[in-house]
Design a protein around this ligand. Structure first.
Ligand code: AMP
Length: 359
């Protein structure tokens, strides 16, 4: 077992080599840690800034053994890490944080909704369905229109279909592959917000200001933070964040996606047990960014302050939008962050810019 607090000079393992892993690795390096990345691609965004990449899928026993031999602690950049990988690492004596409870909740939309409602973090009404007949019954139960989502492995709006009429439910179930689904009542929201919060091993909590998020085609395009919000709304969001962190006995950073209803109530859409894609604004708007938090938390260091000193408009650069890097680099209020991806495929997240205005 690792020495806690973990001293600088130790090696941290990161499962996943994408852009979030890259920014985690950079944050770890800033605190004096070395990073080993486990990732399928030998040339990944995170691997290229880490000490080294262990190439393989998360289920590769030999790769996990290699990681366990090097890393004192392991964290991850995305929540669909197979439970099997976490168990294997634990059996090899290496802790994975945030732990298996948080992963189990975040990997299954039904378990997630059950946990949230039991913790006093409200969600839309929902019902589960494992068969076309159950899908029809679930649609009748939650009311229409309803959003059908696969219980597992959806992201960026993938694995989702709107059901407008009862007669469409069985067809939507088939179109999603005949796998177990959740039917969610439509949230009539005024805005989509997110709140990111960190919790240390001693239970200390740091909460970032709310971000207001705008999606196109299921992909995040733009976040503005701190979002314009009344103190009552901020208090409501922070209460939800505390309940979620405490309910999971959480160690690390979590992203909580929220719907702000027209009557001012907040509902939780989903939680991500990791650094969040609405959180890179913290790199240029806050005293410490979200990427430092999970490194500090898993290492047993205190959470960093999450106060904002600037308002930031974060724009994701998709595909060829990143080709305008020289223009962005020349704008005094713009901070450019590129992920080092080789090919600018359409819709691929290549980087982001933070446009900064002092508060
Ligand atoms: P998700 O993959 O669950 O984050 O959903 C992607 C996007 O779909 C959200 O950011 C919302 O814009 C929309 N969405 C998800 N669930 C609902 C819902 N129950 N009602 C209305 N819109 C939703």
């Amino acid at each position: 077992m690792a020495q806690i607090p973990l001293p600088p000079g130790s090696t941290l393992g990161i499962l996943g080599g994408g852009q979030l892993g890259r920014m985690l690795a950079l944050a770890a390096a800033r605190l004096g840690f070395d990073v080993s990345v486990l990732e399928r691609d030998a040339d990944s965004p995170a691997g290229r800034v880490g000490l080294r990449t262990i190439v393989g899928p998360y289920t590769d026993k030999a790769a996990l053994e290699e990681l366990a031999a090097e890393a004192s602690l392991v964290t991850y950049e995305f929540e669909n890490v197979p439970a099997e990988a976490v168990l294997t690492l634990q059996a090899l004596g290496v802790e994975v944080a945030p732990g298996p409870e948080a992963l189990a909740v975040a990997q299954d939309r039904i378990a997630e909704k059950q946990f949230l409602n039991a913790s006093g973090a409200p969600t839309v009404a929902y019902a589960s369905a494992d068969t076309p007949e159950e899908a029809v019954a679930a649609a009748a139960e939650v009311g229409l229109p309803a959003l059908m989502k696969t219980r597992r492995e959806g992201y960026d709006g993938k694995g989702q279909r709107w059901v407008e009429h009862a007669a469409d439910a069985a067809g939507a179930f088939a179109a999603l592959g005949g796998v177990p689904v959740i039917l969610e009542a439509a949230a009539d929201f005024a805005r989509e917000l997110s709140i990111i919060a960190a919790r240390g091993r001693d239970g200390a909590i740091a909460i970032y200001p709310l971000a207001e998020n705008h999606h196109e085609g299921g992909i995040l395009r733009r976040s503005v933070a701190p979002a314009i919000a009344t103190p009552a709304l901020v208090e409501q969001a922070e209460r939800i964040a505390r309940r979620v962190l405490q309910g999971l006995n959480y160690v690390g950073v979590i992203g909580i996606e929220l719907f702000e209803l027209r009557d001012g109530r907040l509902l939780v859409n989903e939680i991500a047990p990791r650094v969040h894609n609405t959180g890179p604004w913290t790199q240029d708007g806050c005293e410490a960014d979200q990427f430092a938090q999970p490194i500090r938390a898993v290492a047993g260091w205190p959470p960093a302050p999450a106060r904002a000193f600037a308002q930031v408009e974060m724009l994701n650069l998709l595909g060829e939008e990143a080709d305008a890097w020289l223009k962005f680099a020349g704008e005094p209020e713009t901070r450019l962050h590129l992920y080092g991806k080789r090919a600018a495929l359409p819709g691929r997240k290549m980087g982001h810019v933070n446009r900064v205005r002092p508060l």
